[in-house]
Write a protein that binds this ligand. Structure first.
Ligand SMILES: *Cc1c(COP(=O)(O)O)cnc(C)c1O
Length: 410
């Protein structure tokens, strides 16, 4: 790119993201670098939830299921998420939690590869993913094995014993990014299925589920999608796959005709069969409304700005805080939208930072983690956060008993 182009791009990105920043309610004086754990409140979500309470639930009562479109929210919300993860709009539903959705897709994948015994994952995966796999495999009596290898050893561990690959694209600690298309292709070449967790990818970087041929994916609604605390998660099925699945969690919302009240389960056509019970309408409406923020935002623009923010932050921190060690890949194309630094007293440092208005989080044993969401952060925020981090370390502001008090949620 020429310098003129660079400048034009910068100006355009500034305009796009200045507009999205206006769509959030952020407390005064806070630099929010934890949207990778819980996205902030979009104005549209606040309005929508109050409207659902007053005008829909309050005024319409049970008529809301039909008149307010509550019954279709899992599909309508899924369609909005599909646009962000490179999927056809009827291939995603919003429902349940990421953990529960993972149970649903893993059980489907293992049924589809009933002659194989290995579920392959890596040591960088998020604990709930591994726990769900352990719980599921423990209930099957066919001698299944959860094989966990180092992240860079996954490609070589794929063989014809593997029923499915179960990976998280972006490592929740370091931000390391797997090559989803390449690993999916390798899995398919070996006759295995590919299951991806997009918890730290959806809304953080371009994802091309359909193009990569991914079979199953799950992800979070409350992180980069800003759906609110405990917002429903999502679930993706490769187009055409649904017909092969007999859901293990065969609830009435996944039935072909829930209001026929038949004795026997018959799966709904398409991805609808992956639904289980009654959707949490208020939480789902919040997520559905929060997704409006993405109208007019291109994922490639988002990626350019995200890299700019994280590169700037790393450069400023390394210049100002030599005692911190970068735990994330240095190459921005090898990581997602968050960065982590190691420091032995990381927990206390993060508590001190939070008390000074820079909100990130801590991941055991020693990681300071900072998320960079372009929708509401600009380059000057990255610089200001690094300045406050510098002062926190230089003046040992963290070295106080109250900052060592561990809370339930870190
Ligand atoms: C945040 C996260 C989850 C969370 O799962 P819940 O069921 O919503 O609690 C799952 N997997 C990964 C990789 C995550 O980062």
């Amino acid at each position: 790119m020429t310098e003129k182009h660079d400048q034009e791009t910068e100006t355009r990105l500034d305009t796009v993201f200045a507009a999205t920043r206006e769509m959030f309610e952020l407390p005064e004086g806070v630099i929010y670098l934890d949207g990778n754990s819980l996205g902030p409140l979009p104005v549209t979500a606040r309005r929508r939830v109050f409207d659902e309470i007053d005008a829909q639930w309050g005024a319409r009562l049970i008529k809301g299921w039909n008149e307010s479109g509550w019954i279709d929210l899992p599909q309508a919300t899924g369609a909005r998420i599909a646009a962000l993860v490179g999927a056809p709009k009827d291939s995603v539903v919003a429902c349940d939690s990421t953990s529960v959705n993972l149970f649903k897709v893993l059980s489907a994948a293992l049924q589809m590869r009933a002659d194989r015994r290995v579920l392959l994952s890596d040591s960088g995966n998020f604990p709930t993913d591994l726990y769900i796999a352990q719980g599921l495999l423990g209930r099957l009596d066919g001698g299944h094995e959860l094989k966990i290898v180092e992240p860079d050893a996954v490609a070589d561990a794929i063989d014809e014993n593997v029923a499915a690959l179960m990976l998280t694209e972006v490592d929740y600690r370091t931000g390391r990014l797997h090559d989803m298309a390449d690993l999916t292709e390798r899995a398919h070449d070996a006759g295995a299925l590919a299951v991806w967790d997009l918890a730290h990818s959806a809304g953080a970087l371009p994802v091309r589920l359909e193009e990569a041929g991914v079979d199953f994916a799950v992800g979070c609604g409350y992180k980069y999608l800003n759906g609110g605390p405990g917002a429903p998660a999502f679930l993706y099925l490769r187009p055409g796959l649904a017909a092969q699945i007999r859901p293990v969690l065969s609830g009435w919302m996944g039935h072909e005709a829930p209001f026929a009240f038949d004795t026997d389960y018959r799966p709904a056509p398409g991805i609808g069969r992956m639904l289980v019970g009654t959707p949490p309408v208020l939480a789902m409406a919040s997520l559905h409304a929060a997704l409006e923020v993405w109208d007019g935002v291109g994922m490639s623009d988002l990626r350019v700005r995200s890299i700019e923010l994280s590169q700037r932050f790393i450069a400023e921190v390394e210049k100002r805080c030599p005692e911190l060690v970068l735990a994330s890949p240095r190459d921005p194309h090898a990581r997602g939208s968050h960065v982590s630094f190691r420091f032995p007293q990381g927990y206390a440092v993060m508590q001190a930072l939070i008390s000074h208005g820079v909100i990130g989080d801590f991941r055991a044993p020693d990681l300071l983690r900072f998320g960079f969401a372009p929708l509401y952060l600009c380059p000057s925020d990255a610089v200001r956060a690094a300045e406050i981090l510098e002062a926190t370390l230089r003046d040992r502001l963290w070295d106080r008993p109250e900052f060592r008090q561990k809370m339930k949620v870190t």
